[in-house]
Write a protein that binds this ligand. Structure first.
Ligand code: KIV
Length: 270
């Protein structure tokens, strides 16, 4: 991964963590931005179901389909030369292990090298089912946007002691189930640091503070685009200080690698 031209492989993520190198991930949904993100040296490109909000204009991610993710994965994977392409299993595509396998297979055929899924609980069996069938999995805990109805909105998770304990246990469980990577979204900085310290797999934070092993942002957010929704505090507009899309993405990569992003102002207290 020190080599900025060779494609990023799944085993290199653990190696980067072991060597203390911060990992970078951004979303992209089309060839133009996929190319820009890849050229800037971002390690992983996520075709997130956030596309339901920033591309399709929805209020949540719930309407996104397997076909949507497969289409956008194909667009990005065609141009990504170095970054590992990760495709998101949309709402209910992982309701059973069998459904998840069908969707994940379509995503790998579209060019992804890993799939991401939200939650623990009954998803643990799905993680193991996919991993045993040679499909690398990134787990996602904390503010899982597909749980928006149960949460009653996009809210910080893990503030109460019992919720923090559950997140610590879930983080251990997804790794034990076989996940390779763990996204932590909107959890207190100190809790994310505890999860990262106990985690056998790299953690990638979004609104989870500086102590995660890497950082991810939604591309539209870090370019300062108005998504029509309240901007979470973990978002930084890199375009306003960068001057161009390319410079903004470079600034994200540089600031994450040097530990300058996120700052304390982008995190949450207990
Ligand atoms: O869908 C998405 O873009 C995501 C990131 C916010 C991690 O899940």
């Amino acid at each position: 991964m020190n080599d900025t031209r060779r494609p990023v492989t799944v085993p290199e993520l653990a190696k980067a963590r072991a060597e203390g190198r911060k990992l970078t991930m951004l979303t992209a949904y089309d060839a133009g931005f996929g190319r820009a993100v890849d050229a800037a040296g971002v390690d992983m490109i996520l075709i997130g179901d956030s596309l339901g909000m920033v591309v399709q204009g929805g209020d949540s991610t719930l309407a996104v389909t397997v076909e949507d993710i497969a289409y956008h994965t194909r667009c990005v994977a065609r141009v990504a030369q170095r970054a590992l392409v990760i495709a998101d299993l949309p709402f209910q595509a992982d309701a059973t292990p069998e459904r998840a396998l069908d969707a994940a297979t379509a995503f790998l055929r579209a060019g992804a090298g890993m799939v991401k899924l939200e939650g623990a609980g009954h998803k643990l069996d799905t993680i193991t089912y996919l991993v045993e069938r040679e499909i690398p999995v990134c787990a996602h805990l904390g503010l899982t946007p597909q749980s928006v109805l149960r949460f009653g909105g996009f809210k910080v998770q893990g503030r109460e002691a019992s919720a923090a304990d559950r997140l610590l246990a879930d983080a251990r469980a997804v790794a034990d189930a076989g996940a390779t990577l763990l996204v932590l979204e909107a959890v207190p900085t100190t809790l994310a640091a505890r999860i990262t310290a106990q985690s056998p797999i790299p953690t990638i934070g979004i609104g989870a503070g500086k102590d995660c092993d890497g950082q991810v942002l939604v591309l539209h957010d870090m370019l300062g685009l108005d998504s029509g929704h309240r901007r979470p505090r973990f978002v930084k507009d890199f375009l306003s200080e960068g001057g161009s899309v390319e410079a903004a993405i470079h600034a994200f990569v540089e600031q994450v690698r040097e530990g300058r992003f996120p700052g304390p102002e982008h995190g949450y207290g207990e």
